[in-house]
Write a protein that binds this ligand. Structure first.
Ligand code: BG6
Length: 513
């Protein structure tokens, strides 16, 4: 592999964490091009980049899938989807030019010949479009297809770089289903692409406010002295969704909320909150610090799981006043399904900074509201002067979505002749402060992969450490004897009562969202 080609070119104009890299001309090959992800996220993200003038000067997109269709049919399908799912309204003249760079390649994933013709087609596209032999392979297919795709890419020589060009692979989640399968997948990927060529996507890392966590922590001097066990009482992380399982039961029945959201998105957010300052902003310096957090998570013994992890499953209830079915009545879900749609956990990071600070996390489907936020609850002021009767603490809230922003709860005197003290909020909203909408996570991440910047992608060791932590919980849940219960909760509620008890036992409560 040509390592020189992997060095990002400097671009002082790019905003964000990685102000170093500039996206390079390339062809993006999407495996699983007729699937949901391509239509809802990938093509709309690429269109928005094109509309904002952020794409490199030459980009081509090749959809690789089984069904027969022409380039034009594929373009029409994608146009419909983009009109439906795009962040910005589709402008005809921009779509017209953008669509010219979209192509369709029909092949079975297991068919060697299909990759040989792909290689030929990519060479032609390089000639036609000026994409310079750079290739970004996006794995949006089902995970059991990854192995044949990788094998055939290698056999066709498409994993190699030559004449200063590069080849990279973006792998979608789920990245394995446990530690053993993640290791196996890593091994298979490694066989064809080096770690530097591999980009494991976790779209939460591309969310604007998630990226802002490091800026908040390391560009502001006031928080650093307080960011530790001496001043922080506890941390809460909530990722709530009103949506149910929708049409994804085939995947979700085998995954459940712990694998679907905690192993990746929630642990990644926790890493950004808890990591030590990196020595610089390079991908590896940041990921070196993040992986230490996962490694420092206190590992539960199987007998401790019930006291620290609560799992729930939504039953029939109502969302926004409309009745909705319980999980077991959803299409393709087993009538006695044991899959959790809600998890609440109490974790500890056993390092110097976080010793004995509880971290409470909860994630669930069919909750009353869609919102993701992190709250840092500071210790109470001494119970003298104004604070004798105050039960509230100072709380720093990082709203990941919606209404991205940051707020700080402080105490203030209520105007008037008496000395009444009440909590008030200092509030920063991205939308109003910067007057422009945040890009979608996939926009940022695709651009970073085109730039060779892996900062916002999960490294091999991060993924494996996270699975090692999750595996203990999964195996306690699947034990034949004394497995912790699966508690039902009505759709539209904040999960089972047992999740509230988890905090109540420590004299705390979940923040109201
Ligand atoms: C995905 C999960 O990774 O993230 C879904 O598989 C979940 O179950 C989704 O709904 C949430 O992402 P977002 O960006 O909509 O909050």
């Amino acid at each position: 592999m040509n390592r020189a080609a992997e060095q990002p070119e400097p671009n002082p104009l790019r905003e964000g964490l990685s102000a170093r890299a500039v996206p390079q001309p390339c062809t993006i090959v999407i495996f699983g091009a007729t699937g949901d992800l391509t239509q809802r996220k990938l093509i709309p993200a690429l269109y928005n980049l094109a509309a904002d003038g952020d794409l490199p000067p030459a980009v081509a997109i090749v959809g690789f899938a089984r069904r027969e269709k022409s380039d034009d049919e594929f373009r029409t399908e994608l146009e419909e989807a983009t009109r439906k799912f795009s962040r910005q309204a589709v402008r005809d003249e921009i779509w017209k030019t953008f669509a010219q760079s979209i192509f369709y390649h029909q092949s079975e994933f297991e068919d060697e010949a299909g990759y040989k013709t792909l290689a030929k087609r990519l060479d032609e596209i390089d000639e036609e479009c000026g994409t310079r032999g750079n290739r970004l392979f996006y794995f949006a297919a089902a995970p059991d297809q990854f192995e044949p795709i990788l094998k055939h890419l290698k056999a066709a020589g498409l994993n190699e770089t030559c004449k200063g060009s590069w080849a990279r692979v973006i792998v979608e989640k789920p990245f394995g289903t446990d530690l053993a399968s993640a290791r196996e997948l890593n091994r298979i990927v490694r066989h064809s692409f080096s770690e530097e060529q591999t980009y494991r996507i976790d779209h939460f890392l591309g969310k604007e406010t998630a990226q802002n966590i490091l800026v908040l922590r390391f560009a502001n001097a006031i928080f650093a002295p307080l960011w530790n066990t001496h001043y922080i009482d506890h941390v809460q992380i909530t990722a709530a969704e009103t949506l149910g399982v929708e049409t994804r039961a085939g995947y979700y029945e085998r995954a459940g909320a712990l694998r679907d959201m905690v192993q990746n998105h929630l642990l990644q957010l926790l890493c950004l909150i808890a990591m030590e300052p990196p020595i610089d902003l390079s991908a590896d310096s940041i990921r070196d610090e993040k992986v230490k957090v996962v490694r420092s998570l206190r590992r539960f013994a199987q007998s401790e799981i019930a006291a620290n992890v609560v799992r729930g499953q939504y039953a029939q209830g109502a969302i926004d006043g409309k009745p909705v079915a319980g999980y077991r009545k959803e299409p393709k879900v087993k009538s006695d399904s044991q899959t959790e749609t809600f998890v609440a956990l109490r974790l500890y990071i056993d390092d110097w900074r976080w010793a004995d600070v509880p971290i409470y996390m909860r994630v669930g489907k069919r909750l009353p509201k869609s919102a993701t936020e992190i709250s840092i609850h500071f210790k109470k002021a001494p119970a003298v002067l104004f604070n004798k009767n105050l039960s509230d603490q100072n709380v720093l809230v990082i709203r990941i979505q919606p209404d991205e922003g940051i707020s700080l709860r402080i105490h203030a005197k209520v105007p008037g002749t008496s000395f009444r003290v009440e909590p008030v909020k200092m509030d920063f909203h991205y939308g109003t402060s910067f007057g422009k909408a945040s890009p979608e996570a996939y926009e940022r991440l695709l651009l970073d992969a085109m730039s060779g910047d892996a900062t916002l992608f999960a490294r091999r060791d991060e993924v494996e450490e996270a699975w090692a932590f999750i595996d203990v919980i999964e195996s306690a849940w699947s034990a034949k004897k004394d497995a912790p219960g699966l508690f039902p909760y009505p759709a539209g509620s904040w999960g089972p009562d047992e999740a509230d008890d988890l905090l109540a036992r420590d004299g705390r409560a979940w923040r109201r969202l």
